[in-house]
Structure formats: structure tokens, C-alpha cells
Design a protein around this ligand. Structure first.
Ligand SMILES: [Zn+2]
Length: 372
């Protein structure tokens, strides 16, 4: 019993001592903190701190006063997904992965601007009855430089290209330039045409390189606004020898081209049919019409197409259209720098490419080389 009581008595003493010791430390910390604070508040000397370098009045007037406005974060309200105008740089020309492709040309408008065809004004389109479009239109502001799509020699630089009447200011092409390219295709001469210029810069006989400025965008001739009308002619420099430029202009890198031949079950092409092409990743849908009627429209010697849609980012697409009251659809993959080809002959899609070209199909003229 005694031992127990002795232990009981000692323990509280220890506890008390410990409590005193802790309080002493706390008091010291509080005192130290108070002294520090008092120093910073100049309680002891009452002096205001002076700058080490005295600013003169002018400098003081110009001194930046901090704004008191609180930080604010303006978070954008999500809207409709923007349709990006951005395109990767074009493949270097000549670009042809398969032996029957011929992306030989750069574009007549520089890559830092809209340099792709207007969706509603493609090759083979008809928006004035009896008038079939023999090229593509590229929208550009008045005065934008028009560039040579490849190396060649200027063979026309004047009004009157359609009528063949130099100086004719009533001509549909307005002021136009034609380049006879330094190369051909399938042993036939290639030409490129640039129309509706506000100003012609090139002269007949001049040799130009890809990207040389040959004129400026305008609205001369049969137009509704400033743009460049671009044509590819094969064989002859004639209105009747145009081909779809979207099969001749190099695609943006990583992007491809969709080419179709759409006909009924008797083989008659379906004209001005609205074909919808939906990117299954972005859900972005583009519409392209098949070529309209008209003998001035020519078809690629290999693809025999009646529909081309260029500048498609590589990926999986759904191609669909209404025919005989029913939606026809199929899925197709677009590959970088290549043509994806399909046919539809009244009952269904066929994604097999045309048979490989025979030896005599290959272009005899070698790809373009720079001319001195
Ligand atoms: Zn045009």
C-alpha cells in the first residue's frame, strides 16, 4: 500500500514540472515573434523607410502604379466547333504515289492563304443553265498574287482567251494567263490557265518557275466577285480539253483525295447528284456534286471519274447519297497523299481500284525538271 501511494504522489509532480517547461518555451516564442513584428512595424524608431535610390520627380510621375483590379478569368463559352481554315503544307511537286496519279501542280494562291477550291464552284459544276465549269475557283481578295503552278512558258497573257480574240474585254475569262508547262502527261502537252486577273504581270514568251507571280486576283470577265479561275488542260490549249484540277494539284501533307464514278445500273452517270462525305472522327460533312452534263467535261484517263473531292484529312469517312428514294452509304478510308477510289453502279458500292494501268498507260513524258 505504501509503495503504491508513493508512486501516485510522484507522478503528478512530474506532470506539473513538464507543464511549466512547455509554457516557458511558448512564452519565449511569443516574445520573439512580438519583437520581430515590432521591428518591421518601426514601432521602436517610428521612422519610414526611404528608398536606397532617390527617384526624381519625372520618374516618379512615370512610375507604374499597381492596379487594384482583382484577377479575373474569362472562360470562353463553348460554341459550335470552328471550321478550321488551316491546311498542312502541300506535298512537294510532282507528287504521285501510284503510277496513275499525277499531282504535278502547286496551287495558284500561296499556302498562307485560302488556296483550295470553293466548295460550290468545282469542276463540272453548273450554276448557270448551259454553262459547265471547266476549272476550279479559288477565293482570294482583290490584288492577291497569282502564282505559276509549275514551271513553263507563258503562251497567253491578255483578254479574250475564250473567244481567241486578244484584247476582247467582253471575254468571259477576263484577263487571263496560260502557261505551257515544261512537261506533259501520256505524251500530251499540259497547260494551266489563270483567269479573271485584275492585273497581268507575266508576258508571252517568258519562262516561269513554280511560285513565280504572274498576275493579281481580280474580277474581270464573267464573275460575281474576285477569285482566280484555275484550269488544267491536256493535249491542246483549248476550252474543250480541260480536266479536273483537283486531280492535278498536290494535296496538303497527310491529306488525300476522294474520287468516285457514280452511275445507274445501265452505266449512265448520275449527274449533279449531291454526295455527302462525313469524317467519322470530326463528324464534319462536306457535299460535292457529281459532274453536270456537257461535252466540255473530260474524265481522267485512268479513273473515268464524275466526282472528285480533294483536301480530306486522312481518316475514315462515310460516303452517302440519296438514290431512288433510298440512302446509299459506305465507309471509305482516305490515305495521306493518295487517291481513294470508289464506284457505284446503281446497286452498291465497289471500293476496288481500277485495274492497274498497263505499260502503255504510264506517262511517257518524265516528271517535271527545273528548266534553266
Ligand atoms: Zn471559274
Amino acid at each position: 500500500m505504501k509503495r503504491q501511494s508513493s508512486i501516485n504522489w510522484r507522478l503528478p509532480t512530474l506532470r506539473v514540472r513538464c507543464r511549466f517547461a512547455r509554457n516557458d518555451v511558448l512564452l519565449l516564442i511569443l516574445l520573439f515573434a512580438f519583437l520581430l513584428n515590432a521591428c518591421s512595424m518601426n514601432i521602436f524608431n517610428g521612422a519610414t523607410p526611404t528608398p536606397v535610390i532617390q527617384l526624381d520627380n519625372e520618374l516618379q510621375n512615370d512610375a507604374v502604379t499597381p492596379t487594384l483590379a482583382p484577377f479575373r478569368f474569362y472562360l470562353p463559352t463553348p460554341g459550335a466547333a470552328p471550321v478550321s481554315g488551316w491546311r498542312p503544307p502541300l506535298y512537294p511537286i510532282p507528287w504521285a504515289i501510284s503510277p496513275y496519279d499525277h499531282f504535278y501542280f502547286a496551287r495558284p494562291i500561296a499556302a498562307d492563304q485560302v488556296n483550295w477550291p470553293l466548295a460550290d464552284y468545282r469542276y463540272g459544276g453548273i450554276w448557270t443553265p448551259g454553262f459547265v465549269h471547266t476549272g476550279v475557283d479559288i477565293d482570294a481578295p482583290y490584288g492577291t498574287p497569282i502564282l505559276a503552278a509549275g514551271p513553263g512558258t507563258i503562251v497567253w497573257a491578255n483578254w479574250g482567251l475564250l473567244t481567241g480574240d486578244p484584247g476582247n474585254r467582253n471575254d468571259d475569262y477576263g484577263q487571263a494567263v496560260v502557261i505551257r508547262m515544261d512537261f506533259g502527261y501520256e505524251d500530251q502537252q499540259l497547260y494551266t490557265v489563270y483567269a479573271h486577273m485584275s492585273k497581268i504581270i507575266a508576258v508571252v514568251g517568258q519562262h516561269v518557275q513554280t511560285g513565280d507571280v504572274i498576275g493579281q486576283v481580280g474580277a474581270t470577265g464573267h464573275v460575281t466577285g474576285p477569285h482566280v479561275h484555275f484550269e488544267v488542260r491536256l493535249g491542246y490549249n483549248s476550252f474543250y480539253d480541260t480536266y479536273n484540277p483537283e486531280l492535278w494539284m498536290a494535296p496538303p501533307q497527310g491529306w488525300g483525295v476522294l474520287v468516285g464514278n457514280i452511275s445507274d445500273n445501265t452505266g449512265m452517270t448520275l449527274q449533279q447528284l449531291e454526295v455527302y462525305v462525313t469524317n467519322t472522327t470530326t463528324n464534319n460533312t462536306l457535299m460535292v456534286k457529281t459532274y453536270g452534263p456537257g461535252s466540255v467535261i473530260n474524265h481522267d484517263p485512268y479513273y473515268d471519274e464524275n466526282m472528285v473531292l480533294s483536301d480530306l484529312p486522312a481518316g475514315l469517312y462515310k460516303v452517302h447519297f440519296d438514290y431512288e428514294g433510298k440512302q446509299q452509304q459506305d465507309w471509305m478510308r482516305i490515305y495521306p497523299g493518295q487517291v481513294t477510289y470508289f464506284t457505284y453502279h446503281g446497286s452498291g458500292f465497289n471500293l476496288a481500284p481500277p485495274p492497274p494501268p498497263t505499260k502503255d498507260f504510264l506517262p511517257i513524258t518524265p516528271p517535271p525538271v527545273p528548266t534553266p
